[in-house]
Design a protein around this ligand. Structure first.
Ligand code: ZN
Ligand code: ZN
Ligand code: ZN
Ligand code: ZN
Ligand code: ZN
Ligand code: ZN
Ligand code: ZN
Length: 1753
């Protein structure tokens, strides 16, 4: 809520003019303030807020200030309020920040210092706190919380940021707490009660058309409003629909109403007489009920009521403002709010409001909650008092909330977290208000509707929404318990225990809830709801753990709560006792028990009471209090069998599900079993059940215990000598059950990593979990975190231990970092780790065996020695060596040895071996610790003893030995060997100690012998490993030698392939360079080297047929994508034309604002094959509408059939025409064809055309100036005399493709409808050719790669095809047209013809002119009768002179643009180049009549030219190379600054001293120079009036991003939407091209483009990236790529946490830092023009994206 008008604005000025009488009246002590105040309100409020339907908010505010607030403040402060408040504001120093978060704002928590994760900082406080350098977390607020800066109880360290620290403010210390003077205090005590009472009265006012009498002063008018209220039940569309129908209003108006209702909570939708409003109300209700079963909440309110309620809220925010200035105001406010009327039972003001909260509309609630935040929560003392009130009405409030229809953020109950998590407050509330009991009782009172006839919960058919509201209560319990008290008072102990007992009552309702029964025969019809019960278990997990921790704080408390819990368990276990006990015998032992079968009787997996008891039991053991247990629970009461019973049933259920016995019970059960063992629940489910079995095993007779297990697993018969059934299914079932049971036995004996069960710490436990996770495979940090249980603070403890067990491996450019287990931890691996799922188990086993194999070790994976049981559990091991266990082991081994294949499985034997290992390890450990006679654990003895009967005449050891011969168990051989060795070792230990009494010597001898055999084995293994290693080394050496030779002989080839590896399907680049070594490497002029052409045989990717590319055969094409691009732009602020209807693309502006890029994925097809493919796809997709969005068939888009890149056309492949110059001819021509002469000939030719055409048609050509064309002897045909040849003949299919591709370039590049006859088609061809070369040159430069030989194959073949195409395209257009274009181009370069539209030298890109002129020049050879083109020699000269002319012009451009450069250093460079430059400058100075300063030193000019001309020369070299096929000099295959320049000059026939060109062509050039210098644009630039572009142009990069992501979040938090001023949450998005921050996905910033509404990003992209753009969504930490209006995709942001992982959506919230490599990858994606491709690929794979409306981004 904004706090009203700005001070100093128009409101302030009108305030001064407030009516004097009122001020006087209040000041007058004779008047009662309350009465006067109300009179004033009664008089003004209805008038001010009269126009509710269409309020003039500013006007209202002005009037309120003038009539009410200003006089009120004057009275209150006794001086000018503005002055006073300013003073107060200056002096305010609260130590608390108290900033209230809006939804979506980023909050920060410190994992090192926050007391619990609910303690958060706002971004300002965080940036100024010490936590900035700690392990912090960032999260998005759901709204409603507030900044805890300054709260000493919230932070273990650094509770205050530097901004809020005392004494940090700039005001001097003594002035820091500006005490209000007594008079003001006195006045406040008089004013506040009236104000507060008025607010409370009006907010809870229920009469629709009456006001309190005090406020009724005038005749009631018949003026009413029909008011619509917000709820969470009806959607936006529902409301809009209902309003339109009921009120007959326009869509726009209905939308306006709906938005306001959602924001404010209510809104008047109709004004009028009572009857009319009443009618509207009924209509709205009726219509809304039709669409959503429930009517909307509508009321008819009297205008005056509405007005006063509105003003009450305004007063609320007024109070808010006052309180933010002064602690005194806050205290007075709180006192008044808490004051109870003497002798009255009525709640105080604040409680009244709280109780009314659920009935208030959203806007009112917001004001109320803000009032509470700014008053009570800012004063610790009063926070406590408020909390007491809150708890007093807790039940009522929660019940209101549960039946409320607003989200929790808008409920006063959401404030609980602010109080309950404060440790001292929580303790106070427990002690004084019994808050634990209050909460649990609330739960008990709201949950009964879910109780069944047995008083157990049953959530079948529950309402998700309602139940999630109940969770809020459960969460409160969690908040109260989150910090364990350090000091216990008797009262606290009693209250806690009371709460615990009350909590046990809830658990009692859960113990055994939702029982299930095995379905036999029929499959169940409907899967029962299971998620509610599991969700409650998840919610309760940490609460249960915290209760146990609290209980364990104190021995007395622990024992007493144990007793209570035990009692509760017993009460729940009493049923089913009615059955008669039965007796079960096995190998001489008997078990008496009541019959129960999991497979037939009901069973439940919900046993929180038993599990709590198990938890308390291990804590008893840990603290040692267990020795006193008998004082609290007598042994007779204890009944361990009964305690074990239910958890055991649960485990049996899991086994039976695994055995597929519960198939017919459907998925619901599978899910429950999954969660039972899943990390989210297992601590308080599965783990505790195992503990309970361990408790049973430690307290029961071992044989009895095992008999009970056998019986519950329904396996009693399986171990008797009865001939088993023949039913295969049943046998399989038995086998699975046996495996499951053996596994549980392994866990009972072997799983000791629980503090209390053995002497391990929590760290040990976590380390063991991590070790076992990493034994499966290396894992990312987040994957490990997800697999570990979180504690109440959402911490796993991972970071504290991870470095002890694992090493971090950094990620590459994609993927994420992983942790790898340290080698020394491998020995901890336990194959039967109880948290492994079946898949994890087999994966881990596989990985570990593989690893051992690689290390040349045996594959035995015996259990690691477990830690010793603590005394209370030491008896558990007895089950290993008891008779029943021996019987089980023997029976199973026997079956394996006897090869009764169907009765055993390998897994079973593996488990038997594991149990044997555990027994032997136990005995070994005991023997090593104590003297032999004290060791009663006799596993060895039992295992080597014969069975009693004849049938059992083999002992376990013998059976194990026999296993070696079982072929099916080959893979277990190593384990068997290990066990046999262990038998041996234990035997020796036994003998050793018995011998030790006889003679110590022999004992050690034996041990030595033992060792020496082991040593021998070790040595042998080592030898083998060493041999293997040497062998590998030898092979590697041989291979690398081979490789070296290969590289040597094929050096060039190899270097080229390195770049193009993995793209083997395209042609190798520069295939012929090596063979052309001897030829001249000059591309232009008489010394031109030969074209290196090889036969090109390509394979069509569609029909797989090979074909040689020839002019006359059917065309082959390359898939290609043409797109507009701003990648090279020098000026992003230039407005791009969205449609090119009137654009003339012949000249490119030197800013390169927007070009047309042609790229290819390099895949070749027959033109015919491609056409068939394209048509088939069109047909196919016409039938499937939704696919439209991937690609736009209308615009020729398709996916490359091979690599799925997005393409929109094909480039025809035109073979290069080999040309070779006859050197004699060339010499001869050189004698006569100077530049001057060449110019004359060209001019003659052109004027000849002009004359010729003038005869018949209109004048086609611009008039010539006759300068320089004096030699009239030269006639029209003389150009032909230097050599001509006939034009190439193209096959018709090639021609067709030439036209098709040229038309696509034209259509896409100009965004116009295709038109094959348009005169601009050739221009666009040259333009894309030039632009694409410039892009590639730019890319090679930024990547630091050599100009030649380093292109990717696709780039190489694409460019080659493009240049050849561009040369051939001319033949498909009318030659007159080409000539016309050529003449316009030459107009820039030549002195003698200049057209009207010839641009200034500084307004064109020279490279574009070069490409256009070279490609169009052959059109001058056109004759009516014959199709001619220049011969090789002629074109060599044409190219040379055209190139020299453009180069001259470009040098001129560079010199002019660098004229304003001032020398930064002095250099005495007097090289030849510098001198030439100097003399050139003098000349220019002359021609510009001094505008060009002569003072610029020559060396500086030369420096500028040399640097500035590089990109142009590089582009030209690329262009001529791809045009002519002349091999470039070696130096251009490497990266070298100096060598490169020389090589370029030599390749392009330039003198290295470029100024010599001017000298050489002096006579021709001078007139040209004069013309250029006289150009007004040039002069204005030289005079500094305009700025010309500098060369070399700047290379574009993505904007610089901060290293720390929170800097970006900070920027985002300060972001204000440029178009709207409301405080709504915005989605700031950063354009990575230009750095603009945009307001995305919001109607406020939508833009109307061509009649379509486009979102801020989409419309920005049209300008910034010609439709293709890259954004960073800051709050979500995601990169978004978009193209056009319909396409886009999400890409990971280049920010990684310290574990090398990205965090889209900031879900994990770890600190993030910029990863340069990844950002570079994004940069390349842009510069390589692969964004569209990336989008298409991503849309292919994630089809979900379709739902998103990219247009509105
Ligand atoms: Zn703050
Ligand atoms: Zn702060
Ligand atoms: Zn910290
Ligand atoms: Zn084909
Ligand atoms: Zn492809
Ligand atoms: Zn931009
Ligand atoms: Zn906006």
């Amino acid at each position: 809520m904004a706090d009203g008008a700005d001070r100093g604005g128009p409101a302030a000025s009108s305030r001064a003019g407030a009516q004097a009488p009122e001020r006087a009246m209040w000041c007058d002590e004779r008047f009662d303030f309350q009465t006067t105040f109300l009179q004033c309100l009664a008089k003004h409020v209805p008038n001010i807020y009269s126009a509710e339907m269409d309020p003039l908010v500013e006007k209202q505010e002005e009037m309120v200030q003038a009539a009410i607030l200003y006089p009120l403040e004057c009275y209150l402060f006794g001086e000018d309020p503005d002055v006073f408040l300013e003073k107060l504001k200056q002096s305010r120093t609260s130590q608390l920040c108290g900033k209230v978060f809006k939804g979506g704002e980023t909050t920060y928590s410190c994992r090192d210092c926050a007391v619990d994760p609910t303690c958060v900082l706002c971004i300002d406080c965080f940036q100024n706190s010490i936590h900035k350098n700690h392990r912090y977390k960032m999260h998005s607020s759901t709204g409603g919380g507030f900044c805890d800066c300054g709260d000493t109880e919230a932070w273990k360290a650094g509770p205050v940021c530097t901004k809020h620290a005392p004494g940090a403010s700039n005001s001097p210390k003594e002035n820091s707490e500006c005490q209000l003077n007594e008079e003001i205090m006195e006045h406040s005590r008089r004013v506040f009660p009236s104000v507060i009472k008025y607010i409370v009265d009006m907010l809870i006012w229920e009469e629709e058309n009456e006001l309190p009498v005090e406020l009724t002063i005038r005749e009631k008018a018949d003026s009413y409003y029909c008011v619509l209220f917000n709820d969470e039940h009806h959607s936006y569309d529902h409301v809009i629909y209902s309003l339109q129908r009921a009120l007959g209003c326009e869509l726009g108006e209905a939308q306006l109403h709906t938005t306001a209702i959602d924001k404010e909570g209510r809104r008047a939708v109709k004004a009028g007489h009572y009857a009319a409003c009443q009618e509207a109300k009924e209509e709205i209700k009726r219509h809304s009920e039709n669409v959503s079963q429930r009517p909307l909440h509508v009321e008819v309110l009297h205008a005056d009521v509405m007005a006063h309620q509105k003003f009450a809220l305004r007063l609320g925010s007024w109070l808010n403002k006052l309180m933010s200035y002064s602690s005194d105001f806050r205290q007075i406010f709180c006192q008044i709010c808490l004051k109870e009327e003497a002798g009255s039972e009525k709640p105080c003001f604040i409680s009244k409001l709280m109780l009314w909260d659920a009935r208030l509309h959203k806007g009112a609630r917001k004001v109320l909650h803000e009032l509470i935040f700014s008053s009570f929560f800012m004063e610790m003392e009063y926070k406590k008092l408020f909390a007491v009130e809150f708890v007093k009405y807790y039940k009522a409030l929660q019940k209101e909330y549960i039946s409320d229809d607003h989200d929790r953020v808008f409920s006063v109950t959401a404030l609980s977290v602010q109080m309950f998590t404060v440790p001292t407050l929580a303790r106070h509330l427990i002690e004084e208000q019994n808050v634990i009991t209050t909460i649990t009782e609330t739960l008990l009172e709201v949950l009964p509707e879910y109780l069944d006839k047995n008083d157990k919960f049953n959530f079948q058919g529950y309402s998700q929404d309602k139940l999630s509201r109940v969770y809020a209560v459960i969460f409160d319990l969690r908040y109260v318990l989150v910090s364990k008290p350090t000091v216990w008072t008797d009262r606290l102990r009693e209250r806690f225990l009371e709460g615990f007992v009350s909590f046990l009552r809830i658990l009692t309702c859960m113990q055994g809830m939702e029982e299930i029964k095995r379905q036999i025969g029929q499959h169940i019809e409907v899967d029962p709801d299971w998620d509610a019960a599991i969700a409650i278990q998840m919610q309760l997990k940490n609460i249960l753990l915290m209760f146990q921790e609290w209980c364990a704080c104190d021995e007395e408390l622990l024992l007493r709560s144990y007793r209570e819990c035990h009692k509760a368990v017993m009460r729940c276990s009493s049923n089913g006792r009615s059955r008669e006990k039965t007796v079960f015998h096995l190998c001489g032992h008997t078990l008496e028990s009541r019959p129960y079968r999991v497979s037939a009787d009901p069973v439940s997996i919900h046993l929180p009471l038993s599990r709590t008891l198990a938890g308390l039991h291990v804590r008893l053991s840990k603290t040692g209090a267990i020795s006193r247990l008998h004082e609290f629970v007598s042994p007779e009461e204890f009944q361990v069998e009964l305690l074990v019973e239910y958890p055991l049933r649960c485990l049996v259920l899991v086994a039976q599900v695994a055995a597929e016995m519960w198939r017919r019970n459907g998925l619901s059960l599978i899910s429950q079993v999954f969660y039972y063992q899943d990390v989210k629940c297992r601590e308080e489910m599965y783990d505790k059940d195992i503990i309970m079995l361990q408790i049973g095993a430690s307290l029961m007779d071992p044989n009895q215990f095992l008999l009970l297990i056998l019986q519950r697993y329904e396996l009693a018969d399986a171990f008797k000598k009865i001939k088993p059934t023949k039913d295969q299914d049943l046998i399989k079932q038995y086998n699975v059950l046996i495996e499951e049971m053996l596994q549980i036995l392994i866990y009972v004996v072997g799983e000791r990593y629980v503090p209390g069960i053995s002497n391990v710490t929590k760290e040990d436990v976590i380390m063991r979990e991590i070790i076992h996770l990493l034994c499966i495979e290396p894992m990312a940090h987040s994957a490990i975190t997800k697999s570990l249980p979180e504690n109440e603070n959402n911490e796993t403890g991972l970071e504290n231990v991870i470095d002890k067990v694992a090493t971090f491996k950094k990620p590459g450019v994609s993927g994420h970092g992983v942790y790898e287990l340290k080698d020394e931890c491998l020995k901890e691996f336990n194959m039967f780790f109880y948290h492994y799922t079946k898949t994890q188990h087999s994966k881990a086993e596989h990985t570990q065996k593989k690893r051992r194999k690689q290390e040349n070790r045996d594959e035995a994976l015996p259990p690691p020695p477990p830690p010793d049981f603590s005394p209370a559990f030491s008896n558990v091991v007895r089950i290993l060596n008891c008779d029943v266990m021996m019987h089980i082991l023997r029976t199973l081994l026997q079956r394996a040895v006897e090869l009764e294949t169907h009765l055993w499985t390998e897994a079973m034997v593996q488990m038997v071996l594991h149990l044997l290992s555990l027994g032997l390890l136990e005995e070994k450990q005991q023997l090593q610790k104590c003297p032999e006679e004290e060791v009663t654990f006799d596993f060895y003895h039992k295992a080597t003893r014969m069975g009693s009967s004849a049938l059992n005449a083999v002992n376990v050891l013998m059976l194990v030995e026999k296993l070696k011969r079982v072929p099916q168990l080959d893979s277990q051989k190593d384990t068997v060997n290990w066990i046999l060795q262990m038998f041996d070792m234990v035997k020796r230990l036994r003998e050793k100690s018995s011998l030790a009494t006889v003679g110590a010597a022999s004992g050690s001898e034996a041990a030595k012998g033992d060792e020496s055999t082991q040593d021998k084995e070790k040595a042998e293994r080592k030898r083998k490993a060493e041999a293997a290693r040497l062998h590998r080394q030898k092979i590697m050496a041989q291979m690398s030698a081979l490789q070296r030779n290969f590289i040597e002989t094929h050096k060039l080839l190899y270097e080229n392939t390195l770049e193009s590896q993995g793209k083997g399907d395209a042609i190798m680049e520069e295939e012929s360079i090596s063979s052309a070594i001897d030829y001249s490497r000059i591309a232009l002029g008489p010394k031109r080297g030969p074209s290196v052409v090889e036969k090109e045989i390509l394979t069509c990717i569609l029909c797989q047929e090979e074909q040689e590319v020839k002019l006359e055969s059917a065309a082959m094409v390359l898939s290609a994508c043409v797109q507009k691009s701003t990648a090279l732009t020098q000026n992003r602020s230039r407005i791009l034309e969205l449609s090119g209807d009137t654009l003339d693309p012949l000249f490119m502006h030197p800013d390169l604002p927007c070009g047309t890029h042609t790229g290819s994925c390099g895949h070749v097809m027959h033109a015919a094959c491609w056409q068939k493919y394209f048509e088939a796809m069109q047909l196919n997709f016409r039938q499937r509408l939704h696919v439209e969005q991937i690609f736009d068939l209308e615009n020729g888009e398709y996916l490359c059939p091979l690599c799925k890149s997005l393409c929109n056309t094909v480039i025809p492949i035109v073979p290069l025409q080999a040309q070779k110059i006859n050197s004699e001819d060339a010499e001869a021509v050189a004698q006569i064809l100077s530049l001057a002469r060449w110019l004359e000939i060209v001019t003659a030719r052109i004027s000849g055309y002009s004359v010729k055409n003038a005869k018949g048609e209109k004048q086609n050509f611009p008039p010539f100036t006759n300068k320089g064309t004096g030699n009239s002897a030269l006639e029209f045909h003389s150009i032909l005399s230097f050599g001509v040849q006939s034009s190439a003949k193209y096959s018709s299919s090639l021609k067709e493709m030439l036209i098709l591709f040229a038309t696509t370039i034209y259509r896409v590049g100009l965004k116009v409808a295709p038109n094959e006859a348009d005169s601009r088609i050739p221009m666009m061809t040259w333009s894309t050719c030039a632009f694409t070369i410039q892009c590639i040159e730019n890319l090679l430069e930024t990547e630091g790669k050599p100009l030649f030989g380093s292109l990717q194959n696709r780039q190489h073949s694409g460019l080659k095809a493009l240049v050849q195409f561009a040369a051939a395209q001319r033949t498909t257009s009318p030659q007159v047209l080409i000539q016309k274009h050529l003449i316009r181009l030459l107009g820039v370069l030549l002195p003698n013809f200049k057209g009207e539209d010839t641009p200034s030298l500084l307004e064109v890109d020279m490279f574009h002119i070069l490409v256009g002129a070279v490609l169009s020049f052959p059109s001058l050879y056109w004759e009516d009768a014959v199709d001619l083109q220049p011969s090789s020699v002629s074109s060599a000269y044409n190219h040379l002179y055209l190139f020299h002319l453009t180069t001259l012009a470009h040098i001129m451009q560079i010199v002019i643009s660098s004229a304003t450069e001032s020398p930064t250093a002095h250099s005495s460079d007097s090289s030849e180049e510098a001198q030439s430059a100097q003399s050139f400058c003098r000349e220019v100075c002359q021609y510009t009549s001094g505008c060009f300063s002569q003072d610029i030193p020559g060396w500086l000019v030369w420096d500028c030219v040399k640097k500035g001309i590089m990109p142009y020369l590089r582009c030209a070299a690329l262009f001529f190379h791809y045009l002519l096929g002349v091999s470039p000099p070696e130096e251009l295959l490497q990266v070298s600054e100096e060598g490169q320049f020389k090589a370029l000059c030599s390749y392009l026939s330039l003198p290295t001293n470029l100024f010599l060109l001017f000298h050489e062509y002096r006579d021709t050039v001078n007139p040209l120079l004069q013309r250029w210098c006289a150009d007004p644009v040039v002069l204005s630039c030289l005079k500094g009036k305009t700025i010309a572009i500098r060369y070399p142009r700047k290379r574009n990069h993505l904007i610089e991003l901060p290293e720390d992501y929170s800097c970006l979040l900070n920027q985002a938090s300060q972001f204000r939407c440029p178009r709207s001023s409301d405080d709504e949450q915005k989605h700031p998005v950063l354009c990575l091209f230009c750095g603009a921050m945009l307001c995305s996905q919001n109607t406020c910033c939508q833009e109307l483009v061509n009649g379509e509404e486009l979102g801020a990003c989409t419309s920005h992209a049209l300008q910034c990236g010609a439709g293709v753009c890259m954004f960073l969504k800051i709050r979500e930490c995601k990169v978004v790529l978009i193209e056009g209006k319909t396409r886009g995709c999400v890409y990971p942001a280049p920010y990684l946490d310290e574990y090398g992982e990205t965090d889209p959506g900031l879900k994990r919230g770890n600190p993030l830092h910029l990863c340069q490599e990844r950002y570079r990858k994004l940069h390349l994606l842009w510069q390589q023009h692969c964004i569209i491709e990336e989008i298409a690929r991503s849309q292919e794979t994630n089809q979900i994206i379709f739902g998103f409306n990219w247009q509105l981004l």
